[in-house]
Design a protein. Structure first.
Length: 274
């Protein structure tokens, strides 16, 4: 049993009990089925709280068990309605005992009276909670699918892959340099950002840098170190372990020696290339 499952389990029941408490207080105050004549409001509220708290545990368990089987919709609703009709019998025995304990004159009500009133009250609540639990499970399922799905460039980077010139790690963020000349920080790892780019033509030239092929203007040599001069005016370092990969990708012209300025032309295409 994972911590996330335990957390969701406890939170769901806490929310359900909170809703049941609000409903109990409301019904206790208005006094349905003539119960406003039974006694003062505090007695009616206490009675409804005892009923709703036990009812939400009983019927809530029924709903969760049925939904767990993932039946067809009509089978789900049929099972819940029939289950509620059956569970109303023991539930109303409990309810009648509480009611008679508070208001002895309720002994005049027969078993059928208790059952019909209980079913009329319980069935709408059960159906409402079923819709609530279904919506909750659907939302949680969508969130899990979103977490499992790879991030998209628009969703994570704020730009389509073709508009990204390079990615630069900054602590726990990635700075995304756009083709329009501006940049933005996003909370992600470099791997997540590169995944969002999909099949964009580029290379991770350093542990903190990913560069698009079309962004490279020239290669700058600084002793044994290489740096890529990009179209937006910045330079990206090339780690020594990545030099061979960059050379194999055709970004370096091995036949041409560096000139006096320490610049070696690169084979990367102009800014509009794909």
């Amino acid at each position: 049993m994972s911590n996330a499952w335990q957390r969701d389990f406890l939170r769901d029941w806490a929310v359900d009990l909170a809703i049941a408490t609000v409903c109990a207080i409301f019904l206790g105050l208005i006094g349905p089925f003539g119960s406003y004549l039974n006694g003062p409001a505090w007695q009616r509220v206490a009675f409804q709280l005892a009923c709703f708290w036990s009812g939400i545990l009983l019927y809530g368990s029924l709903i969760r068990v049925v939904l767990r089987f993932q039946l067809r919709p009509w089978m789900t609703w049929t099972a819940i309605v029939l289950g509620a009709a059956i569970l109303t019998v023991p539930f109303q025995i409990w309810t009648a005992w509480i009611g008679v304990s508070i208001w002895p004159f309720l002994r005049r009500l027969g078993p059928l009276d208790w059952y019909v009133q209980g079913l009329i009250t319980a069935l709408p609540v059960v159906l409402g909670f079923t819709l609530l639990l279904q919506a909750r499970r659907h939302k949680r399922h969508q969130a899990k699918e979103a977490d499992d799905a790879p991030p998209t460039a628009f969703g994570l980077l704020g730009a389509p892959p073709f508009a990204v010139l390079c990615l630069q790690m900054e602590d726990h963020y990635v700075r995304v340099h756009h083709i329009a000349g501006h940049s933005r920080l996003v909370l992600a790892t470099l791997n997540q950002a590169m995944t969002a780019l999909g099949t964009a033509d580029g290379l991770q030239v350093h542990r903190s840098w990913w560069v698009a092929r079309k962004a490279v203007v020239r290669v700058v040599t600084e002793g044994r170190n290489l740096r890529l001069q990009l179209v937006n005016g910045i330079t990206a370092p090339v780690s020594r372990s990545a030099v061979a990969m960059v050379r194999e990708a055709g970004w370096l012209t091995t036949e041409t020696a560096p000139d006096n300025r320490g610049v070696e032309p690169a084979r990367a295409g102009p800014i509009g290339d794909t």
